[in-house]
Design a protein around this ligand. Sequence first.
Ligand code: SAM
Length: 257
Amino acid sequence: MKKESVVAKKKFGQNFLKDETVLQKIIQAMPKNDNKIVEIGPGLGDLTKYLVDVKSVEAFEVDTDLCKLLQSEFKKEIDTKRLHINCGDVLQAWKGALVDEPYDLVANLPYYIATNIILKALADPMCKNILVMVQLEVAEKFCAEVGEKVFGSLGIITQSVGRSHIVVKVPPTAFEPPPKIDSAVFLIRKNKDRSDEDFEDMLRVAFSQPRKTLMKNLSSKYEKSQLLEVFKELDLIQTIRPHQVSTSDYHQLYKKI
Ligand code: SAM
């Protein structure tokens, strides 16, 4: 099969990034280090061709038609071990660490599993940085600051393991075929791994009804009298909403209740 005759498969979230300016911005935003690159969903290889110029790449692609195409397109890089392509579902392959050396995840992710992939990468001890394209709405949640309406569990989990920011917002016209929604590239620099499941359980309770007060949400699981005491200690007013509480206050709350 030729690259030109590929028809995008919706079920695999295939929207191929064609805008050279955006591709360059992704390459420029890559953290400077000696880590390997993991690319999930190389697709037609438009990002891969720049990545292999800079570093060695471990790629995971579920679509067997695209795997064959990539294997012929990147024969030289595969022969020289600059690129290794794993054909199959990345989520099936991901048990603990996805590869056995420190890596940065750089990818235009399949949107239908993007949040799941990022959460797995945040927990993966070998993953050091995450530079990915996702739906704008999802990028904003991972990069949200306290007080913003979209500040929730994803923002708090991210701030608990590192720092994040949006690199560039990307319109549908940058892709072929164009998706229905806006996208964004964002970067998370990790300094530790996501690991505390009990803390995340508390967050789920805290944000169970985002428009209600934090006190009301937490009271469904924790003792009210204890909550009143802890809120007082942390100087949190009883009417505070879940998105108005900082990551460090959530950690304090968790320690105390
Ligand atoms: N990187 C290419 C680009 O920027 O043009 C393609 C990006 S496209 C949004 C997502 C890619 O992820 C597709 O190639 C798709 O086949 C692949 N993909 C979808 N689900 C996958 C999975 N579970 N495991 C590995 N790759 C997957």
